[in-house]
Structure formats: C-alpha cells, structure tokens
Design a protein around this ligand. Structure first.
Ligand SMILES: [Zn+2]
Length: 232
C-alpha cells in the first residue's frame, strides 16, 4: 500500500516528504496556532504550597533560602512547575475530538515533534522527538497540529517514557479509531546523564504499535522508514 507521508514538524523538526495539496486541505479545516505555542489553559498547581516546599528543599541541601540569589527561587520554581505539569489539568480530548472527514486511506506521518517531559522517578527532564503515524479509518483525520498538542498534554506530566508512548497510542485509538497506529519516541534522560549510570548521549527509544502496524511487519517498517528517527 502506498503511503502519503504528512510531515508537520513544529519548530526545528525535520520535514520529510510533504504532500502539499493534502496538507493545505487539512490546514484549511483543522489547523490552528503552531504546535510550539504553550498550552492555553492556566496551570492548576498550588503555587504557595510549592514555594513553601521548595524553600524546605533549599534548607535541606544546606543552602540559605534568604540570600539574594535564592530569595525568589521558590516562586520561580513554582511557576515553572505550573508550565511543566500543565498537562495534568488538560484533557487530550480537547485536541482530538474535532476529527473531520477527509477522503484518504493513506498513512498520516508527523515526524520530529519536539517534546519535553519530566521523569517521575527523579523529577529530572527527559526530552527528544516523537514520531506519530496512523492509518485513518472511515476517512477520519485530525488537524496535524493536534497530534503535536496531544504529545504535549501527556508530556507535561510526571512521566515514564514507556507510559507516554502508550498514552499517545491510547488517545489516538479512542478518538480516531484508526486502522493502525505507530508511535516512536526517542529521548535523552537527564537522570541518566547527570547521575546514576552517567551515560551522556544515550538515547532511549520506545515503540507503540497497534492494529495493522502490529500485524504487518512490512507496513510497520515502511511507515517507520518515513519517520526521521535519529541514527545511533
Ligand atoms: Zn529518571
């Protein structure tokens, strides 16, 4: 089966083979602001509580939270957490519920979606690229930026890379009921770079496959060849 790859890589993502006509139609119907725009919902974190807690952490590591450079740090950290964990108060259906009809039976591949998340074991960042592909069913497709926003909703939570991969698959399955799903995440974990194993540059890849791409190895290899997966 021939594939029409659609690449809507936000920011510095790599653009693969671009099907301009189909992309223009998708854009005219479903696209909104660029995927790199921060989520619109306000962060639902308890800022004063994080401030108090972080002041305790500063004391616990032997710092003086009242010295000049640190005085406003608990507040800054609390606000940063509001952004980093905004996905906890956001429902991914907000982005995927507005599927629209488009006469295509071909795979949709969005490659190089940059994401940043937080390892829930060490509360240190992990970050990298997500590559998302699905094979539409009943002509139901979704705006390309919505895929990137869906990745963001789940990434902006305390996470495990394995669970993040599965949650993206689950959301696509629930809202688009596609015939196949293939999601590849590749990320570097600062908890591996800075502590423990201390292995800078190590890339962790996780793969989520459903439906047609699980059953058909050739189709899976073909769709993965359209993803701009970093070579180790
Ligand atoms: Zn970790």
């Amino acid at each position: 089966m021939p594939f029409i790859p659609l690449s809507a890589a936000p920011a510095e993502g790599t653009i693969l083979d671009w099907n301009a006509a189909l992309t223009r139609r998708l854009r005219s119907r479903g696209e909104d602001a660029p995927a790199s725009t921060p989520p619109a919902l306000p962060a639902a974190v308890d800022v004063p509580r994080i401030e108090r807690a972080f002041r305790e952490i500063l004391l616990a590591i032997g710092e003086n939270p009242d010295r000049d450079g640190l005085r406003d740090t608990p507040r800054r950290v609390a606000k940063a957490y509001g952004e980093l964990f905004s996905g906890l108060s956001e429902d991914p259906s907000r982005h995927l519920a507005t599927a629209f009809e488009q006469a295509t039976q071909q795979a949709v591949v969005v490659s190089g979606i940059e994401f940043h998340s937080t390892c829930e074991h060490h509360f240190l960042p992990f970050f990298g690229k997500a590559h998302v592909a699905y094979l539409p069913s009943s002509d139901r497709v979704v705006g390309l930026s919505k895929l990137a926003r869906t990745v963001d909703v789940f990434a902006r939570r305390p996470q495990l890379q394995e669970r993040l991969t599965e949650q993206i698959c689950d959301a696509l399955e629930e809202h688009l009921a596609p015939r196949g799903i293939c999601v590849v995440l590749e990320a570097e974990h600062l908890c591996m770079r800075l502590r423990g194993a201390k292995k800078p540059g190590a890339v962790t890849r996780t793969l989520g496959v459903r439906g047609h791409y699980r059953r058909d190895g050739d189709a899976r290899r073909e769709v993965m060849s359209l993803m701009d997966i970093r070579q180790a």
